[in-house]
Design a protein around this ligand. Structure first.
Ligand SMILES: Cc1ncc(COP(=O)(O)O)c(C=O)c1O
Length: 449
């Protein structure tokens, strides 16, 4: 039997209630999920509860969870300190559409971590953060076009739903990538305000800037392209972009929704020692609560005072800001970073040793708490390398085989990465590696067949 047939059969056997509930949900909810990425074949797991390092599904299976809510869960699930403070706030009101003390307390926590941040506005998600940041960026530079990197994801609004997972045949020349819109309903006129650049190629970026010298006013990057298997910036790429932005009068946005507070206390800006003009955040700043933020230099954020609109009923509500303040003060401490970084090393070493022992072509891309397993020996520097080299089928076999062993190795997609939370332990890492040891020989056979 081909590997996939047995892996899928085992998954179905373990998860009949998930299947049934998923099909019922589809009668009421498009695709049966609340965010379209969450639907997969044969059916997603229906989750009953999540605690500490574990997810529990409705069939009674437990999973050591390294998906961690697509990276929002560096605290682990239901962290006691966050739960306590939020429970207390529930009794004192969850939403004030008036200013309150937590606004400056929460902003101060982010300012401590980012030199690039003088002022902060809060949002409810990463999508909102990038949408508003792009507007502020354009207002500051006075130019309308956005430059976006091929393979990067910045949420689900019209200006960024393009050239994330475009097929090669539509993607154009690697140095002048075509703009490929990846959602119906995005107006062509809106899409035309976005240009696409390759990652890790400063010369190509400069060429595109020169061709659009009076139009491009904002550059948005994931400082590590965390939505294409952790494409790291090589050499001085991020600093080079800083220089280009200064030279061409462009507002430089670091989308730190996935890197912020996770790869270092002050995110990628600290890790790579680069000062962007604006930083967008969400996910792990909030201890699994829905909060986002935009931070930036005084003169850039002043655009909000000079007419760049930023409104929102739920912005900066006390419930999520309590979670944020506790997460940044009490959960993501210096010791916590040491803990997750050490576990990250252990995981990488373990995965790579097992792949080598079994003769699997593969390696891990990794920065501290974040890691992505890539089934190729090639170095992957940009989206085109990714397209040419990644074996999606083998990844499906890997992911479901691990899930069948009670390990959720990362979100369900080859282009995603694990998050090690403060509630993971060495035992969780070792259990994961034991499961991989069990799965690896069959993957090796499949890869070599
Ligand atoms: C880098 C990046 N930016 C923005 C977003 C959008 O965040 P949200 O899902 O909170 O809207 C994501 C989500 O995965 C992301 O990875």
């Amino acid at each position: 039997m081909k590997l996939w047939e047995s892996v899928e059969a085992e998954y179905r056997e373990r998860t009949p209630t998930s299947k049934e509930m998923y099909h019922e949900t589809r009668d009421h909810v498009p695709m049966g999920v609340a965010s379209s990425y969450r639907a997969w074949d044969p059916h997603p797991l229906i989750i009953d509860r999540a605690q500490g390092a574990y997810l529990y599904d409705v069939d009674g299976n437990s999973y050591v969870d390294f998906d961690m809510n697509n990276g929002a869960g560096m605290s682990g699930h239901a962290h006691p300190a966050v739960t306590e403070v939020v429970t207390e706030q529930l009794r004192n009101g969850t939403l004030f559409t008036h200013p309150h003390e937590l606004l400056s307390e929460a902003a101060a926590e982010l300012k401590k971590r980012w030199d690039a941040i003088d002022k902060v506005r809060f949002t409810n998600s990463g999508t909102e953060s990038t949408m508003h940041a792009i507007r502020i960026a354009r207002a500051y530079s006075g130019k309308d076009k956005l430059l976006k990197i091929e393979g990067a994801y910045h949420g689900c609004h019209d200006y960024v739903l393009m050239s994330k997972s475009a097929p090669g045949r539509l993607s154009g020349h690697p140095e002048r990538p075509s703009r490929v819109v990846e959602s119906h309903g995005v107006p062509e006129k809106t899409a035309e305000t976005v240009e696409i650049a390759p990652w890790n190629d400063l010369e190509a970026v400069e060429g595109i800037l020169r061709e659009n010298i009076n139009e491009i006013g904002a550059l948005i990057v994931e400082p590590i392209v965390m939505n294409t298997g952790m494409l790291q910036p090589y050499g001085d790429f991020l600093k080079g972009l800083r220089e280009l932005c200064d030279e061409y009068r462009i507002t430089y946005i670091f989308d730190e929704v996935k890197t912020g507070v996770k790869i270092a206390p002050g995110g990628a800006a600290e890790y790579y020692d680069v000062e962007p003009d604006l930083v967008t955040m969400a996910k792990s700043i909030g201890g699994n609560f829905p909060v986002g933020a935009i931070g930036g230099k005084e003169e850039v954020m002043a655009q909000i005072e000079h007419g760049a609109a930023h409104y929102g009923t739920y912005n900066g509500n006390p419930l999520v800001l309590q979670a944020l303040v506790t997460q940044l003060r009490e959960v993501l401490t210096e010791d916590a970073y040491e803990h997750v970084d050490a576990l990250g090393q252990r995981m990488v070493q373990g995965y790579e040793d097992i792949m080598e022992d079994q003769g699997i072509d593969g390696h891990v891309e990794h920065v501290n708490s974040q890691g992505s397993i890539l089934f190729t020996d090639e170095r992957i520097e940009n989206y085109r390398d990714w397209l040419d080299n990644i074996d999606y089928d083998l990844h499906e076999n890997f992911w479901f085989s691990m899930v069948n062993q009670g390990i959720m190795p990362h979100p369900h997609s080859a282009d995603q990465q694990w998050t090690i939370s403060v509630q993971h332990t060495e035992e969780h890492i070792d259990e994961t590696l034991e499961a991989f040891k069990h799965v690896a020989p069959r993957l090796a056979e499949e890869q070599q067949s």
